[in-house]
Ligand binder design. Sequence first.
Ligand code: IVH
Length: 665
Amino acid sequence: MVEARIKELRDTLEMHNYNYYVLSSPTISDFEFDKLMKELQALEKAHPEYADPNSPTQRVGSDLSKDFASIAHKYPMLSLGNTYSEGEVRDFYERVARDLNESFEIIAELKYDGTSISLTYKNGRLTQAVTRGDGTQGDEVTANARTIRSIPLKLMGNDYPEEFEIRGEVLLPWTEFDRLNKEREDQEEPLFANPRNAASGTLKQQNPAIVASRKLDAYFYYLLGENLPADTHYDNLEAARKWGFKIPRVMRKCSTLQEVFDYIAYWDTERKKLPVATDGIVLKVNSLRQQKNLGFTAKSPRWAIAYKFQAERARTKLNFVSFQVGRTGIITPVANLDPVLLAGTIVKRASLHNADIIAGLDLRVGDMVYVEKGGEIIPKIVDVDKEARVESDLERVVFPKDCPICGTSLIRVEGEAAHYCPNDSGCPPQIKGKIEHFVTRKAMNINIGPETIEDLYDAGLVKDVADLYILKICDLLRLERWAEKSANNLMKSLENSKEVPFGRVLYGLGIRYVGETVAKRLVSVFHSIEELEKASFITLTQTDEIGERIAQSVIDYFADERNRILISRLKEYGLRMSVAKDDFENQSDKLKGLSIVISGTFSKYSRDDYKVMIEQHGGKNMGSVSGKTDYILAGENMGPAKLEKAKKLGIKIISEEEFLNMIGQ
Ligand code: IVH
């Protein structure tokens, strides 16, 4: 009985460790994870006969991945004990007081919710950046860390130790997180669930250029080494701030437990205004001598503890689970709930992510469930109130084997959590999704909404995007809700769409990974659909910004005969399948040889438009300001760091108007 439970807990925790650290894609909350871990620790303690050196309690998890060099940490990277109540914080405070038996100070800090990093500096220069890994050894990600602007490569002043380590958190600010997810949505890539996953995923990118483009930030909170400047944690961090590190200004010295509680209460709400995600408070004994006296357990220091903010949570009834089929065929289970107020909004639906989550919760229709809004954007079900389950015959929620819409057997790719419907050309939501994408403003700009598409599809009039162009007014008038005027409007809109430039048509086709930017990029090199179709994998990957994944997707698209037929029909109906002469007329070499950095927000055109314009006129758009930059095209709210750098390097800053003048617009 006990042995079986221990095994079950070990297996479950191992799986979650893997999801969290290796896949960067956790499937349960930290709170749940800690609860299971505590249960396992208690059982192992009570039953030492079942001890196992490979138990998840014996390690702190691993984010090791195969492609980076593994580096042993000089000082192990430990984790912190977690607490969830004021009572537990009091216990910690009282234990420290008892063990030290003298007065002490506590430094309260925010617990940043990103991915931890340890930096080594020798003679004032960054020599190494390593992730936490399993706590003993981590991945060497120095090249990536160098791209993070807030990490100093060379220190200021001269009073730093010859060699030291500094630890902190790599973070993706909320605004960048939103921007990145929007971009990924556009490219049909899976979204990051929260900024933490986005930060750790980014830091482990093989290509430092991608890392640089994502604008990570890094906050530091722990200095280690032989000859530190001060004998308190606080003063050491203050010294590090002077050397150029980003040390959060929100840390506070507390001399009483009440001050600690006040800090917690204040930041529980104020933290929501911060630019980065936080998930708790960290309390540390200030004096290094006292830290040393208190020492460490196997996994964490006795002189520090984390207090985790309670994610906002509500209890409500699960009415039923629906299974949605997305444009790309992925099946998403959605919990339909009795409406409940959570963190200021009414929640009626919650994500259940995938089949594993449903099975893990042992979910039944009619269950009372707990919904949480933590670091995630969409609320999720984190627990079931099993005690409230009075009827014993509640129906278990089962994940369907077949597509709920078209009945095709679902597929699950080895190693992936999601199920999807492979019937991409016959499954209605996938077809309708493709049409919806085709008509959007950024693609063909055809004036119809999802409901109309649904009607046209249901009436059997439109089964793919090409069918739109053979619609007849008399067909439309036979349908409900259509009148002469609306039918004429659609005809006009379809006619106008034949003028849409090739780049947008290509984007509208919905080739996987070919978002707006990629489409523009492809069109600038391959001037017609025939040229693109003929391009080999190698030719494609030799194109700037086109990686292997995109190249393969393009190849796969043209390999499918149904797509080739679709394209030839669209061509026959008059859509632009090549770069038109006047597309070229937009081009010049007015910016030839010039490197231009774009910064800030603009009113006349979007940032992406300006990017395209720079390239159309022979210039090069660069992500960061350097000695090679010729101009900075600055909108409103240009980043202060860029501004300062530009001034220092004497780079000319131009406005939108000046830029448009330069290209003769
Ligand atoms: S101190 C020995 N301070 O939380 C103490 N950690 O569970 C080392 N974290 O791995 C950590 N904010 O990634 C410390 N202000 C802070 C922190 C912080 C976030 C993370 C860090 C660490 C984990 C501990």
